[in-house]
Design a protein around this ligand. Structure first.
Ligand SMILES: Cc1ncc(COP(=O)(O)O)c(C=O)c1O
Length: 391
């Protein structure tokens, strides 16, 4: 049901970078937007602008439904997860504040945090265990009262390790902090309920498991967060309160200045509706099965060292490995040229995660499966690695 008919024999194992191929309904939604509703959303009163506004609103509603946010106006669209994370960190933290993060984070979190550190924000990193997971007792000791924010990824884009979000929300709230979750790797893949899980700010990207196009993403602002205390990253025209030279406080306008990516948001809406129609539990089950096959298959090859949790319940199907005495770039090149298997090698924009795993600076080969990948293709990829190590 989930496979995309594709005559191409390519095995695309780079879904953690971006999902591919994009689904036909996603592509069609973008074509329809351009052909039939290409007005500027929220700006003019004519029918093309109203049609565009409706599509943007329907996508907001679909994202809100998927992520457990009762008020769609608390879904803020950005260009990607990185912009949403920057909005959350820069919008909330002030010099003198304390923020806690983990040793598994992507540079989308680490680089703005290191910059904020130069401006007087205190950054504390919870060290991760060798498989990328976190010891909650250690985390509890570090998330001390007075912490203003805890910023963690839901799942690592390197080790695939899942973080216990609900437990982190509890620890953050006990300390008086907000919890920011980087769900770039998990929105559309793992069940997320911002309200029930106590997530205060959730950054998502549209082009990975939500199946949308690049240039889409957003920040969900939880019910417990007062948006007047969150500063926008940019200010400008919103199509609302046009007589006023002061940025409106109205949601989502306060955080969405400038013409939105209407075409992309139309595609994102179709992607999110596809996820809703499949059911997140079905998608997660598929991912769990692929995780199991990847871990089982790769760990049976003696020359391969596998990183991340071995239990498929504690990980997503993003699996990093190295091969003894071989460069990761060589393995990636051979997989591409000889086997038509596309994956990513290197540091995956997350040096902190590699320091944790002991794979810095060379990095790893990363197989990242997605809903269009079938168990047979995982077996073929494992067999290809076996052939390469024997050659
Ligand atoms: C864990 C994590 N956070 C953030 C990002 C940034 O996502 P985007 O490039 O869509 O902004 C990525 C992208 O790979 C990621 O894996």
């Amino acid at each position: 049901m989930m496979s995309l008919p594709d005559s191409n024999a390519t095995i695309y194992l780079d879904h953690a970078a971006t999902s591919w191929p994009k689904r036909p309904e996603v592509i069609q939604a973008m074509v329809d937007f351009c052909q039939h509703m290409g007005g500027n959303p929220g700006r003019s009163g004519h029918r093309l602008s109203l049609a565009a506004s409706r599509i943007v609103y329907e996508t907001r509603e679909a994202v809100a439904e998927l992520l457990g946010m009762p008020d769609p106006m608390r879904v803020i669209f950005t260009g990607n997860a990185t912009q949403a994370i920057n909005l959350a960190l820069r919008g909330w933290l002030r010099p003198g504040d304390r923020v806690v993060t983990t040793g598994s984070e992507h540079n989308a979190v680490m680089r703005p945090l290191r910059d904020l550190q130069r401006e007087g924000v205190h950054v504390t990193v919870i060290p991760c265990q060798s498989d990328g997971s976190v010891d909650l007792q250690q985390a509890a000791a570090i998330i001390a009262p007075g912490t203003r924010m805890v910023a963690i990824s839901h799942a690592s884009n390197v080790s695939g390790a899942r973080m216990p979000i609900t437990e982190f929300a509890h620890l953050a709230h006990q300390a008086g902090a907000l919890l920011l979750v980087d769900a770039a790797q998990t929105a559309g893949l793992l069940p997320i309920d911002v309200t029930r899980q106590g997530i205060d700010l959730l950054a998502f990207t549209g082009h990975k498991s939500l199946q949308g196009p690049m240039g889409t993403g957003g920040l969900v602002i939880g019910d417990g967060v007062d948006p007047s205390r969150l500063r926008p990253l940019i200010q400008g025209g919103t199509g609302s309160r046009s007589a006023d030279e002061i940025q409106p406080e109205l949601l989502p306008d306060k955080f969405e200045s400038g013409t939105p990516n209407g075409v992309g948001i139309a595609g994102l809406g179709a992607g999110v509706r596809w996820v809703l129609n499949q059911g997140i539990q079905t998608l997660r089950e598929h991912d769990r099965e692929l995780s199991r096959l990847l871990v089982q298959g790769l760990s049976a090859i003696p020359q391969v060292t596998l990183y991340g949790p071995s239990d498929p319940n504690h990980r997503v199907a993003t699996v990093s490995f190295t091969v003894s005495d071989r460069q990761v770039s060589e393995i990636g090149g051979l997989l591409d040229e000889r086997f038509d298997i596309l994956c990513r090698v290197g540091l995956h924009c997350a040096p902190a995660a590699h320091r944790t795993l002991g794979t810095f600076p060379e990095g790893t080969v990363r197989f990242a499966a997605g809903p269009s990948i079938q168990p047979l293709q995982v077996r073929q990829a494992v067999a290809a690695v076996e052939q390469i190590v024997q050659s």
